[in-house]
Design a protein around this ligand. Structure first.
Ligand code: F0G
Length: 355
C-alpha cells in the first residue's frame, strides 16, 4: 500500500532508521502505525490530569497494536527464509500474525485458549486463512507449547519473546514524542504478556538518548485483578478476567515490565473487572471511543488514581490497544440495547419516538 505522494505508509518505511532492517528485509506493509493521538474530551478531569491523550492503536490494520511489531517480526522471518510462523495468542496476536502471513504467502499456525478468544479475533484468524489450534489450556500453556514447537520444527515464533516484535512496537513511543513534542509525564497501558510495556519503555529511553524527548514518562501498567501476577509477585495458575486479551498468569516479559516500572518511577497495579467495564463504558459514552475491555484497563487505572488524588496533574497518554468491534459479546452483555421497532415511514418513526 502506498500513498499517492511520498513515502509509503507503514512502520518499515516510516521508522527504518530505528529498526533492524537490511537490504534483504522485504518492505512489508499493511499501512500500520502512524495512529491518531486524540485529546480526551471528558475523562481528563475525572482522572485528575491536566491533559489526557489517547493513542488509538485500535486504528491499526487488524484493529490492535500488534501490527507494529508483527510487521517487523514477519518481515525478518521471511528474510531468514521462514515458510511458516507460529504464535500463542489471546486473539490479537493471532489476528495480526495471520494477516501478515497471508500477505507474504506463508503459513501461519495459531494456538489459542479454547473458548476464551473474543469472536471478532477468531473471525480474523479464520478469514486470513491461518491454521487454528484451540488448545485445552490457557495462554501461558499455549505459549510454552509454541516455544518448544518452534525449536523443534522449522517454524518462526512471532510472539513478543521475538525481539523484532519489541523493536517494531517501540515505534509507538517515538510517535507519541513526535506528536507531543516531548515525552508525556505518564504512560498508562494494559499489561498482559508484558511485551507492550517493555517496548514502550525501550522506545522512550531511546527517544531520550536521541534527543527526541527531554525525559521519560512514569510507566503505569495495569493488570486485571484476576490476572495480576506481577502485582502479586507470583504466577497465577488460573487467570480470570472479562478482559480476555490480558487473561495471562505468567507474562513472558515479566522482567521487562518490572524494569519499566522501577526505572521510570512508575507502578504496576491491578484493576477489577468492574473498574475495567466502567472505563470501557465511559470511553464509549463520554469519549466516543469503542475499545475492547483490555484496552480500558489503563484508563480504569488512571480513573482510580484520580479518585484517590494520586495523579498530581500533568500530561498522560493512555494506550487504547484494541478495537471494541473485536469483542461484540462483551458489548452485548454490558449494554441493554435501547432499540425500538418502527415502520419505515416518517409517521412510523414519529410514533415509535412519541413525537
Ligand atoms: N491489550 C490488548 C487488546 C491485547 O490484545 C493485549 C495482549 C494487551 C493489551 C497486553 O499487551 O501482552 O504486550 O502486555 N494480547 C496478546 C495476544 C497476549 O495474544 O493478543 P502485552
Amino acid at each position: 500500500m502506498s500513498t499517492t505522494t511520498g513515502t509509503p505508509r507503514g512502520v518499515l518505511f516510516q521508522w527504518a532508521g530505528i529498526l533492524p532492517l537490511t537490504e534483504r528485509t522485504p518492505r512489508l506493509t499493511l499501512g500500520e502505525g502512524d495512529t491518531p493521538l486524540v485529546r480526551s474530551a471528558a475523562l481528563e478531569g475525572l482522572c485528575g490530569l491536566d491533559e489526557l491523550w489517547f493513542k488509538l492503536e485500535s486504528c491499526n490494520p487488524t484493529g490492535s497494536f500488534k501490527d507494529r511489531g508483527m510487521v517487523v517480526a514477519v518481515a525478518k522471518a521471511v528474510e531468514a527464509g521462514a515458510k511458516a510462523i507460529m504464535c500463542a495468542s489471546t486473539g490479537n496476536t493471532s489476528a495480526s500474525a495471520a494477516a501478515y502471513a497471508a500477505r507474504c504467502g506463508i503459513e501461519c499456525f495459531v494456538l489459542v485458549p479454547g473458548g476464551k478468544v473474543a469472536a471478532g479475533k477468531m473471525a480474523q484468524a479464520v478469514a486470513f486463512g491461518s491454521r487454528i489450534l484451540e488448545v485445552e489450556g490457557n495462554f501461558d500453556q499455549a505459549l510454552n507449547a509454541a516455544r518448544e514447537l518452534t525449536e523443534k520444527h522449522p517454524v518462526a515464533l512471532v510472539n513478543s519473546v521475538n525481539p523484532h516484535r519489541i523493536a517494531g512496537q517501540k515505534t509507538a513511543a517515538f510517535e507519541i514524542c513526535e506528536a507531543l513534542g516531548d515525552a508525556p509525564d505518564v504512560l498508562a497501558i494494559p499489561v498482559g504478556n508484558a511485551g507492550n510495556i517493555t517496548a514502550y519503555w525501550k522506545g522512550f529511553c531511546e527517544c531520550t538518548e536521541l534527543g527526541r524527548a527531554s525525559g521519560h514518562p512514569r510507566m503505569m501498567g495495569f493488570q486485571a485483578a484476576g490476572a495480576a501476577p506481577i502485582v502479586h509477585g507470583a504466577p497465577i495458575e488460573q487467570p480470570q478476567t472479562v478482559a480476555t486479551a490480558i487473561r495471562i498468569g505468567n507474562p513472558a516479559s515479566w522482567q521487562g515490565a518490572t524494569a519499566a516500572r522501577d526505572e521510570s518511577g512508575g507502578l504496576i497495579a491491578a484493576v477489577t473487572d468492574e473498574e475495567i467495564l466502567e472505563a470501557y463504558e465511559l470511553l464509549a459514552r463520554r469519549e466516543g471511543l469503542f475499545v475492547e475491555p483490555a484496552s480500558a484497563a489503563g484508563v480504569a487505572g488512571l480513573l482510580r488514581l484520580g479518585r484517590e488524588g494520586r495523579t498530581r496533574g500533568g500530561r498522560a497518554v493512555a494506550i487504547l490497544t484494541g478495537n471494541g468491534l473485536k469483542d461484540p459479546d462483551t458489548a452485548a452483555a454490558q449494554y441493554s440495547p435501547d432499540i425500538t421497532r418502527a415502520k419505515a415511514t416518517v409517521e412510523g418513526v414519529e410514533r415509535a419516538l412519541g413525537w
